[in-house]
Design a protein around this ligand. Structure first.
Ligand code: NAP
Length: 505
C-alpha cells in the first residue's frame, strides 16, 4: 500500500451490512479500517427506525448472522429494540467500534488510478484515503417524502416513520397515516390504539399474510444457548420455509405459479376472517399478483380497519391544508398529526447513495442510469477498481438481508484470498464477466412474478425507472452462496499496484 494511504479500507455504513464487511475484512487480516456512519450510532435501519410496532418480519433465527446466533430472542419475530441490542452485541464482540466514526456523512468518493487509492469526502471533515472502498449504505435508507401539494403548510406535527418523535403523545388526537407498506402495516394497529381518530390514506393495497409469531419460552432460549445445534436446526427450518414459499413463489413464478396463487388465496381467506364488511375487504384486496411488491405479515392489520375510530381512505389526496387533508372528491378530514409511512427512495437517491467516480471519470450513478442498473454478483462494477458496492442492483438475495450480507462476505473472502496468495492488491471485475452476469439475471427474471405475473398496478420499489426488477437477485439463495464461494477468479483482473507503478514509471 502507498505509504500515504491512510486506511486499508473505508466502509460506508455501520449497519449490519457494514459490520459484516468489517468482520470479513478483519478475518482476512485487514485491521486498519474506517467505518463511516452518518448517524450518531451503529445499527443502520435498526438504529434509525423507532416507530411503535417496529419488529422484524422475517423470523429472528433467520434474520441474524449465522455465525453469531442469538439464543435469547424473546419472540419468533423479535421487536426492533432487540435488533438494535443485537447490533451492539456484534459490534462489541467483534471489536468493531474502534473502527467506527459517527456523525460522518460521506459525500463522495473518487478513485485515483495513478496512486491506486480511493479518496473519500466527508461532510465537514477532511477527506480520507483508502486502498479499498466498500459501500454498505443499505437499500431502505433514504426516506421518501411525498410530493403532495400544501404539505409544508400543515400546522400540526408531520412525522416520517424514520424520524419518530419518542415524546409524541397521540392519545385523544386525530391522526392520519399516508401509506400502507410494510412499515404502515406494523404502525397502524399501534396508532389506532392511541389516537381518538385515525384516517389511513391508501393508494395501493398490500398483500398481508398471518404472522406466526409467539414468545420463545425461557426453556427454549436456554436450550438454544446450551445446544446451538438446536437453534441451527430451527434456522434451517425457517430458512427453508422462506426459500420454499416466498422466494419460489416470487422468483420462480413460472414454475411455482400455484404456490403464488395459493399465497394470494391464503391472504384473501385471512382477510375474510378478519373483516366482515365486503366493501372494506374489496378496498384492502390488491389487484396485482402476490410478490410484485413485498408482501407482509401481520395478525392485527386487517382487523384494525374494523375499529370505530379508524377509517380507510382510498380516494386520492389532492392537497394538505393547515388543519387537514383534502381528497379528490372535495372532502376534507381534519387532522392534528400527519404520519408519513411513505417509504424510501431507492432508484433515485440510493443507487448509489453517494457520488462515486471510478476509472476514467466514470460516474457510477450516471452510468447506471444511462446504461442499466447492474453489478457483477451484486458487488462489483467494471471501471471501479477496489470497490465493492454491497447495496446494489441484483444483490438482495432471498428475503432476509443476512443472506445477502453473508454471501457478500463469502465473495470478499474468495476475492481477497486470491489477491493475498498472488501478492496483489488491486482488483477490477472484467466487462465480460459483468455482462454475462447481467444477461443471466435478465434471463432468470423472465421466470419471476415481476415479468410473468401481473404487476403493472403494484407501484413496487422492486422495479426501477426503466421498468426493470433489478433489485432482487433472481436465483436461489443456495446459488448465491455457491457462486460467492466459487466464482471464476478470471472474472476479475487482479494486479499489484506496486508492479503497475514500476512499469509505468
Ligand atoms: P413502502 O413499502 O415503499 O410503502 C410506502 C407506502 O407509502 C406505500 O403504500 C405507498 O403507496 C405510499 N406512498 C408513498 N408516496 C405516496 C404519496 N405521494 N401518496 C400516497 N401514498 C404514498 O415503504 P415501507 O412501508 O416503509 O416499507 C419499505 C420496506 O421496508 C418494506 O418493503 C420492507 O422490506 C421493509 N420493512 C421491513 C420491516 C421488517 O419488519 N423487517 C418493517 C417495515 C419495513 P404506493 O404503494 O401506491 O406507492
Amino acid at each position: 500500500m502507498n505509504s500515504s494511504t491512510q486506511f486499508d479500507a473505508v466502509i460506508v455504513g455501520a449497519g449490519f451490512g457494514g459490520m459484516g464487511a468489517a468482520i470479513a475484512l478483519n478475518r482476512l487480516g485487514f485491521d486498519n479500517l474506517l467505518i463511516l456512519e452518518r448517524e450518531d450510532d451503529l445499527g443502520g435501519t435498526w438504529h434509525v427506525n423507532r416507530y411503535p410496532g417496529l419488529a422484524v418480519d422475517i423470523a429472528s433465527v433467520t434474520y441474524s448472522y449465522s455465525f453469531e446466533p442469538n439464543p435469547y430472542w424473546s419472540r419468533l419475530f423479535a421487536p426492533g429494540t432487540e435488533l438494535k441490542r443485537y447490533a451492539e452485541h456484534v459490534a462489541d464482540k467483534y471489536d468493531l467500534r474502534r473502527h467506527m466514526r459517527f456523525g460522518s456523512a460521506v459525500t463522495g468518493a473518487q478513485w485515483d488510478d495513478d496512486a491506486h487509492v480511493w479518496t473519500v469526502s466527508i461532510d465537514g471533515a477532511d477527506p480520507v484515503t483508502a486502498r479499498y472502498l466498500l459501500t454498505a449504505t443499505g437499500f431502505l435508507s433514504q426516506p421518501k417524502m411525498p410530493d403532495i401539494d400544501g404539505i409544508d403548510t400543515f400546522a400540526g406535527q408531520v412525522l416520517h416513520t424514520t424520524a419518530w418523535d419518542d415524546t409524541i403523545d397521540l392519545r385523544g388526537t386525530r391522526a392520519a397515516i399516508i401509506g400502507t407498506g410494510a412499515t404502515a402495516v406494523q404502525l397502524i394497529p399501534e396508532v389506532a390504539r392511541e389516537a381518538a381518530a385515525l384516517t389511513v390514506y391508501q393508494r395501493t393495497p398490500i398483500w398481508v399474510v398471518p404472522k406466526l409469531d409467539a414468545p420463545i419460552p425461557n426453556i427454549v432460549q436456554r436450550l438454544f444457548a446450551r445446544k446451538p445445534a438446536t437453534q441451527r436446526f430451527a434456522r434451517a427450518v425457517s430458512d427453508g420455509l422462506l426459500e420454499g414459499i416466498m422466494v419460489s413463489a416470487v422468483l420462480h413464478y413460472r414454475q411455482a405459479k400455484l404456490l403464488n396463487k395459493g399465497a394470494a388465496a391464503a391472504s384473501r381467506l385471512f382477510l375474510r376472517t378478519q373483516v366482515r364488511d365486503r366493501s372494506l375487504r374489496r378496498k384492502l384486496t390488491p389487484d396485482y399478483d402476490f410478490g410484485c411488491k413485498r408482501p407482509t405479515f401481520s395478525n392485527s392489520y386487517y382487523r384494525t380497519f374494523t375499529r370505530d375510530n379508524v377509517d380507510l381512505e382510498t380516494t386520492s389526496i389532492v392537497r394538505v391544508e393547515a388543519d387537514g387533508i383534502v381528497t379528490a372528491d372535495g372532502r376534507k378530514t381534519e387532522v392534528d398529526t400527519l404520519i408519513l409511512a411513505t417509504g424510501f427512495s431507492l432508484w433515485d437517491a440510493n443507487f448509489p447513495a453517494i457520488e462515486i467516480i471510478g476509472r476514467e471519470g466514470r460516474n457510477l450513478g450516471k452510468w447506471w442510469r444511462d446504461n442499466r442498473f447492474q453489478a457483477y454478483e451484486g458487488v462489483a462494477v467494471p471501471q471501479f477498481p477496489n470497490f465493492l458496492t454491497l447495496a446494489s442492483p441484483y444483490s438482495y438475495s432471498g428475503l432476509s438481508y443476512f443472506t445477502t450480507i453473508e454471501s457478500q462476505m463469502a465473495h470478499m473472502s474468495r476475492l481477497f484470498g486470491a489477491m493475498h496468495s498472488r501478492g496483489a492488491d488491486v482488483f477490477e471485475v472484467t466487462e465480460d464477466a459483468n455482462t454475462r452476469f447481467l444477461d443471466r439475471m435478465t434471463d432468470n427474471l423472465d421466470d419471476s412474478v415481476f415479468y410473468r405475473g401481473s404487476c403493472s398496478t403494484s407501484r413496487s420499489y422492486y422495479f426501477n425507472q426503466h421498468g426493470e426488477a433489478a433489485l432482487l437477485r433472481p436465483t436461489s439463495t443456495a446459488n448465491a452462496f455457491k457462486e460467492a464461494a466459487a466464482f471464476p477468479l478470471t472474472d476479475y483482473r487482479i494486479t499489484s499496484a506496486e508492479a503497475t507503478e514500476r512499469v509505468s514509471s
